[in-house]
Design a protein around this ligand. Sequence first.
Ligand SMILES: Nc1nc2c(ncn2[C@@H]2O[C@H](COP(=O)(O)OP(=O)(O)OP(=O)(O)O)[C@@H](O)[C@H]2O)c(=O)[nH]1
Ligand SMILES: [Mg+2]
Length: 245
Amino acid sequence: MKLSVIIPMYNESSIIASSVRQFDEYLSSNFEDYELIFSDDGSVDGCGDAVLSYAKDHDRVKLLRYEKNRGKGCAVRTGMLASDGDIAIFTDCDVAFGVGVIGDAVKYLEENKDVDMVVGSRNLTDDGYEGYTALRRFASKAYIKLLGVLGGFRLSDSQCGIKGFTKKAAHDIFSRCETDGFAFDFEAIMTSSALGYKIGELPVKIINHRQSKVHVFSDALKMIRDVIKIRRRVKRKYKTEKAAR
Ligand SMILES: Nc1nc2c(ncn2[C@@H]2O[C@H](COP(=O)(O)OP(=O)(O)OP(=O)(O)O)[C@@H](O)[C@H]2O)c(=O)[nH]1
Ligand SMILES: [Mg+2]
């Protein structure tokens, strides 16, 4: 089994050296065959070069980069489509959920052969949101509820920053996705369900906290606009695909 781990990255120079080492050391001591792909979303602070310098003597570490900042969705999609692991997992550069969840997600997919996509959830245990400010916790939970209603799915946390896929699901789903911004999780879930893939949930907890770069109100509004567009597009696409089958 080969594992691909994809890390979307935007201006992370303050933490990148420690993040690369944490991910790579965890992967090399737990997996025989893996690739660790950093997908540089147009960073301008030199974090890509830090990855390259580590990759010089660690050949499982790779860097993908493009010039213009397009958003987390674009970075994840680019990494997923370039990956060739039997299982592909993306997670955040700040190691927010720790490194052990990578192994948990792999184990989940290996033990549940009917599941093709596993999503982390902060809503399956009481301490999933530990350390969040009241506003961020409320906004996150309200947004997740709203997305569930709009998307018609029953996941307890569609927005969590760790998700894993079998190879086929990763390529089937992300080759159909177009959303560059933070609403890409919603599009991946809608597309996965439309293609008939079963989605599993894995309890996760935020271990590393840092100052949020997300603007609760302006980003939420942008995401809702994206979500409505995605809903229309996925439904239309799926209908034509079904008709063509
Ligand atoms: N903010 C931001 N992050 C990006 C972008 N492109 C890729 N990323 C990466 O996406 C991951 C998540 O970013 P965060 O800023 O922590 O956003 P979040 O985890 O959704 O929200 P928080 O609750 O504030 O942590 C990190 O690995 C970022 O480096 C981008 O355009 N903006
Ligand atoms: Mg974060």
